[in-house]
Design a binder for this molecule. Structure first.
Ligand SMILES: Nc1ncnc2c1ncn2[C@@H]1O[C@H](COP(=O)(O)OP(=O)(O)OP(=O)(O)O)[C@@H](O)[C@H]1O
Ligand code: SF4
Ligand SMILES: [Mg+2]
Length: 337
């Protein structure tokens, strides 16, 4: 399938008094048209920074230090502001990490939708009113509730309303940052089902940012695994989750209950990711990896180890032999000194 978004070697740094924080430091992946891509990794690995950089909504201290992100033939990194403004919301939209941030607490939800539709979309008030109703129905909300204030909505309803806002101008790609994290499991499934239906009905592509492998397994076609600012593995969701090539992905699989084998023993990956102020020179996962060898002192490149399945690990050719070991809790115990 044609790539809608092609990200290559993207680096995003935050300027701080202690030096640059390399929050994203060489990320490469593709988003095929019409697919849901899960962007997964531990807290602080750079997921939100990457999503915000693609949207061009970054704090002043952040800058794109290198790389490209070609969306529908235009590089988002070098795109002039005016051209970017044309794209945002119309072709590329964003659901921020806290749904409340997407909604103005002092404006009725319907008025916010109307504003996007009339001011950004140029619709007449009558056309915008019927589009707002259709959008609410699309995300499973009762159009009567367009008159409500955000605080009158439950968390799941706010999440649906912020998805409706992001969909208002019929984008080709929606980046949703942790859209279901704050919700209980039943509501999580409802919101994920809405997203899957939107993909099927509208051909919408999505980047679904999450730290939860179960969410990826349930909703995504593809997965991009980030660790310490880097993409360490990517590919079709079944290939990556059923036959991971990178030890970090193997560890993530043990650390989260998968929806099908809920109740299995959870094994945490000991330790924490390295500082992104001075990331280690070799493999960034080495200090926590039970399979590290001398060669891991060098930085492993992201390579296509199997068709459409990329990993950045010197030992990925041995992955089939490492996986059974990685499934055992004792393999991970005592790795971190
Ligand atoms: N404004 C900022 N200034 C300096 N460093 C920042 C800033 N925002 C984020 N960072 C750092 O950049 C790194 C990546 O942060 P980011 O928010 O992208 O991670 P994340 O993967 O989205 O985490 P989470 O799962 O907790 O949302 C972290 O080390 C974080 O401390
Ligand atoms: S390169 Fe080495 S340290 Fe890094 S994940 Fe692979 S085996 Fe582990
Ligand atoms: Mg985040």
């Amino acid at each position: 399938m044609a790539s809608l978004l092609t990200v290559r070697d993207l680096a995003v740094h935050y300027a701080t008094a202690a030096g640059p924080v390399r929050a994203v430091d060489g990320a490469s992946f593709d988003v095929p048209a019409g697919s849901i891509v899960g962007l997964v990794g531990e807290s602080g690995c750079g997921k939100s920074t990457l999503g915000r950089a693609l949207m061009g909504v970054m704090p002043r201290s952040a800058r794109i230090a290198a790389g490209s992100a070609v969306f529908e033939g235009q590089d988002l990194v070098t795109l002039p502001d005016k051209a970017r403004k044309e794209l945002l919301w119309r072709r590329l939209s964003f659901v921020p990490q806290t749904a409340m941030n997407a909604l103005d607490p002092v404006q009725r939800v319907g008025a916010q939708l109307m504003e996007v539709l009339t001011e950004r979309g140029g619709l007449s008030r009558a056309a915008a009113a019927s589009r707002a109703e259709a959008l609410f129905t699309l995300v499973g909300l009762d159009p009567k509730r367009l008159r409500d204030w955000p605080h009158q909505f439950s968390g799941g309803m706010r999440q649906r309303a912020s998805i409706a806002l992001a969909l208002a101008l019929d984008p080709a790609l929606m980046i949703a940052d942790e859209p279901v994290t704050a919700l209980d499991v039943i509501v999580q499934r409802q919101v994920l089902d809405v997203m899957k239906e939107l993909q099927a009905r509208l051909g919408l592509a999505m980047i679904l940012v999450t730290h939860d492998v179960a969410v990826v397994a349930y909703a995504c076609d593809r997965v991009v695994v980030m660790y310490a600012g880097r993409v360490v593995e990517s590919g079709p969701v079944r290939a990556v989750l059923e036959a991971p090539l990178h030890p970090y992905t193997m560890g993530l699989m043990n650390a989260f209950p998968d929806l099908e084998r809920a109740g299995g023993e959870l094994v945490p990956i000991e330790g924490s990711p390295p500082s992104l102020l001075n990331p280690p020179k070799g493999c960034r996962f080495a200090a926590r990896c039970p399979f590290a060898v001398a060669r891991c002192a060098e930085d492993p490149p992201l390579v296509e180890d199997a068709p459409d399945h990329h990993a950045a690990c010197w030992r990925s050719a041995e992955a089939a032999a490492l996986r059974p070991q990685a499934a055992r809790a004792e393999t991970w115990a005592g790795v971190v000194a």
